[in-house]
Design a protein around this ligand. Structure first.
Ligand code: ADP
Ligand code: ADP
Length: 218
């Protein structure tokens, strides 16, 4: 059996940061739907052209497009032992589609860490976030600055502010999360896979809590 972990939480909760911290330790590839979309914007590919208008508005890319993208990604050889999903699923339809995909591999979701953070904290986190151009490594101007301003500690590439990390789009994304993604909290709670973690603690402490939960659960 493979291991599938789904990181859940509002934009800015720290899903990407935590997934980057634990992916290697767990030996599972970090699959971020947002990162895959952003890679497709660079080309731009046909997928990127479709995704851009939704991403710029802070809305969700349609389910059919997103589900097809993740299906293709999970079928690749590096996901043989499972995956650490970050940013997918984000709607009930995506959650059902994921279950069907994993059913095809005779598998299922092992654990859903839900990182909860008060809304006021999210806005500060997202508007202060900077992202590495090459591989999407995540920083924050105050909470988690790079050693050298504007440069990624890990691969030396340029740090930039994502276009959707402006106050208007951030507010829209948080509303969209509440309307479309929050129902997944109860959905996974009922399936007995949800583990709630406090995200308003130092990054390393959240990582510790997360690793402890995973060790206890898997
Ligand atoms: P998400 O993937 O859930 O949108 P990120 O991991 O990108 O969230 O984190 C959003 C921003 O908050 C980033 O700038 C990151 O450096 C910062 N951050 C993440 N976790 C914490 C934390 N525990 N405390 C303070 N800042 C954090
Ligand atoms: P954050 O880490 O701040 O939550 P992401 O990088 O996960 O942001 O997502 C950025 C944007 O990409 C979203 O606002 C949305 O437009 C699109 N996106 C990412 N994942 C999904 C998904 N599962 N379904 C639909 N749209 C998505």
């Amino acid at each position: 059996m493979s291991t599938y972990i789904v990181m859940l939480g509002p934009p800015g909760a720290g899903k990407g940061t935590q997934a980057q911290n634990i992916s290697e330790r767990l030996g599972l590839p970090h699959i971020s739907s947002g990162d895959i979309f952003r890679e497709n914007l660079k080309g731009p590919t046909d997928l990127g052209k479709v995704a851009r208008e939704y991403m710029d508005r802070g809305e969700l890319v349609p389910d059919d497009v997103t589900i097809a993208m993740i299906r293709e990604r999970l079928a690749r050889p590096d996901c043989e032992n499972g995956a650490l999903l970050d940013g997918f699923p984000r709607t009930p339809a995506q959650a059902k589609a994921l279950e069907e995909m994993l059913n095809e591999f005779d598998d299922g979701i092992d654990m859903v860490p839900y990182i909860s953070v008060p809304e006021a904290v999210l806005i500060d986190r997202l508007t202060g976030r900077s992202t590495c151009r090459a591989q999407g490594h995540i920083y924050h101007v105050r909470n988690n600055p790079p050693k050298e301003a504007g440069k990624c500690d890990i691969d030396g590439s340029e740090l930039y502010q994502r276009e959707d990390d402006n106050i208007n789009t951030v507010n829209r994304r948080i509303r969209v999360y509440m309307e479309q993604t929050e129902p997944l909290i109860d959905y996974y709670r009922q399936k007995n896979v949800l583990v709630e973690l406090r995200g308003d603690q130092p990054i390393e402490k959240v990582t510790e809590d997360l690793m402890e939960a995973i060790r206890g659960d898997l």
